[in-house]
Design a protein around this ligand. Structure first.
Ligand code: GDP
Ligand code: MG
Length: 293
């Protein structure tokens, strides 16, 4: 007899830069969510779906928990809130060495969904003292399980899936079994470009940038993509383009290489830079970029 089908939503949440996106990619075995050394890389809720014959786990990668400074941040924190409300299980990711902080973590004290707390980046930590760190979190939060892991090296990440499956309710699949995500190909094209922007520029540029896909033509032998990089101010336009176009060219070359891997075919990528004045503060522009309903 077949075992009953299990399905549910797992929300991956935590502060910026603790390794949430790296972890989701590890759990689904695909590089779906962009990861960079800078905080606030992830701006949307991105679902990664793991399918098996008798289970479907819908992971949600979310933006890091922060105090909102812009309308953009408010939209980002709303994704976190909604994702906590929908969750069957919460994967709360913290970093080794981090301490309990009531402002960020008190909201996890009274949730209905069970919490699996992951202490990430243990590859950077000594083996001694791990129990104290585990107890610190156990004393502060009602977690079902506290597990030190490394999303980067894969240490103990194999223990996460069985623990999650144990907590999944019996339920038919929510999505068709061949679906990997809730996001479109255009979305991933824009995210790949954003990742290269985060990696190639410093200070405010990555945070001031949004990417729009104007054209996405899937032809037989080649994928033709036309993208616009929006910045907040005219002065940022020159920085993004660089001397004789060199910086923009580098971003384009790196993005195209990753797109060819991601989409599994040849890509022709054209990029332009435009100013969308103060878009992070303006509701109409946030709506246009898909952050608000
Ligand atoms: P997010 O903001 O929580 O989504 O974090 P990311 O997944 O983008 O990762 C932030 C940074 O931490 C990146 O530079 C990752 O390579 C790094 N990172 C993620 N997991 C680990 C880990 O287990 N160990 C170490 N040493 N670095 C990690
Ligand atoms: Mg992220």
């Amino acid at each position: 007899m077949n075992s009953p089908h299990k399905a549910g939503f797992v929300s991956i949440v935590g502060k910026p830069n603790v390794g949430k996106s790296t972890l989701m990619n590890k759990l689904i075995g695909e590089n779906l969510s962009i990861t960079t050394p800078k905080a606030q890389t992830t701006r949307h809720r991105i679902m990664g779906i793991l399918n098996g014959d008798d289970f479907q786990i819908v992971y949600s990668d979310t933006p890091g928990i922060l105090e909102p400074k812009y309308a953009l941040h408010e939209a980002m924190m709303n994704y976190v809130k909604v994702s906590l409300e929908d969750a069957d299980v919460i994967l709360l990711v913290v970093e080794y060495g981090e301490k309990y902080d009531a402002t960020a973590y008190d909201r996890f004290k009274h949730l209905k969904a069970p919490i699996l707390l992951l202490i990430n980046k243990v590859d950077k930590a000594p083996k001694a003292g791990r129990n104290d760190v585990i107890n610190h979190w156990k004393n502060n939060l009602p977690a079902k399980m506290v597990l030190p892991v490394s999303a980067y090296t894969g240490e103990s990440t194999d223990k996460i899936f069985p623990a999650l499956l144990e907590l999944m309710p019996e339920h038919p699949p929510y999505f068709p079994k061949d679906e990997l995500t809730n996001r479109s190909e255009r979305f991933f094209a824009s995210e790949i470009i954003r990742e290269k922007i985060f990696k190639n520029y410093n200070q405010e540029i990555p945070y001031s940038t949004e990417v729009g896909i104007e054209d996405f033509k899937n032809e037989e032998a080649i994928l033709k993509i036309r993208a616009t990089i929006f910045v907040e101010r005219d002065s940022q336009k020159g920085i993004v383009i660089g001397k004789a176009g060199s910086s923009l060219k580098k971003v384009g070359t790196e993005a195209r290489a990753d797109m060819e891997l991601f989409f599994g075919k040849k890509v022709f990528l054209e990029t332009h830079v435009k100013v969308a004045t103060d878009w992070r503060k303006q509701k109409d522009k946030l709506r246009m970029f898909g952050y608000l309903e």
